[in-house]
Design a protein around this ligand. Structure first.
Ligand SMILES: [Fe+2]
Length: 225
């Protein structure tokens, strides 16, 4: 049994950073310059440590092979979660101005919550984990854990690393920040509603007793022809 070291596959270039902004244009709405710059750096860092060329090359799943969009890419999920999270925040801010929400942390956290996916979805890693899970674990690290490492490595603040860490299962074991609670619900809502609306492949659907899947408009049309 050998040891495996996570290494950088290619340099972090301005072209790679530009591709992050092209795939996640909402990143330009982050007001705090440090958060905006480091969010771009986090994705460039994560991609450069993976086989993926850009965010839109990552398969559009919640986990590898689970809750996979029929069309689109991981960028659609991230942008959807960013939109939903801001809408949750803005609804409460509009209704109850006395609430205190850091909108910039919500937006940056939503755009970076899955920054560990280039690692967890990397086909090279998936093949290595499949070969001997008893040696590697399967996965060795979930995207939440690797994403936490990425956030801290590029100098994002703990508030964003916390969202990468606790937006999913890991958040059930710790107290979560208000901004993390918003992103968690936006993320989970994205997959649940996408499943109900027929946007996920049937074979990738997480078992859910209350789920009844609606057909997409083009599927109804196709069935009628
Ligand atoms: Fe997500």
């Amino acid at each position: 049994m050998g040891l495996h070291f996570v290494t950088q596959q290619r340099p972090i270039t301005d072209a790679l950073r530009r591709s992050v902004v092209e795939d996640l244009p909402e990143i330009e709405q982050v007001q705090n310059l440090v958060l905006r710059t480091k969010a771009i750096e986090a994705w460039a860092f994560a991609l450069s440590h993976s086989s993926f060329g850009r965010i839109s090359d990552i398969p559009p799943g919640g986990n590898p092979g689970m809750n996979v969009l029929k069309r689109g890419s991981q960028a659609d999920h991230l942008r959807g979660v960013a939109r939903l999270a801001l809408q949750i925040a803005d609804t409460f801010i509009a209704q109850r101005p006395e609430v205190r929400i850091d909108r910039d942390v919500v937006l940056t956290g939503a755009l970076c919550h899955d920054v560990g996916k280039p690692y967890e979805f990397d086909p090279v890693n998936l093949a290595r984990w499949e070969e001997d899970p008893s040696a590697t674990g399967q996965p060795t690290l979930r995207h939440t854990v690797f994403g936490t490492y990425v956030c801290l490595a590029v100098g994002l603040p703990e508030e964003i690393a916390h969202i990468a860490c606790a937006h999913s299962l890991e958040g059930q074991h710790i107290g979560v920040s208000s901004e993390c609670m918003i992103v968690r619900h936006a993320d989970h809502a994205y997959w649940s509603v996408a499943g109900a609306l027929g946007l996920l492949t049937p074979e990738s659907l997480r078992r859910d007793p209350i789920l009844r899947v609606r057909k997409l408009a083009d599927e109804v049309k196709q069935a009628a022809e």
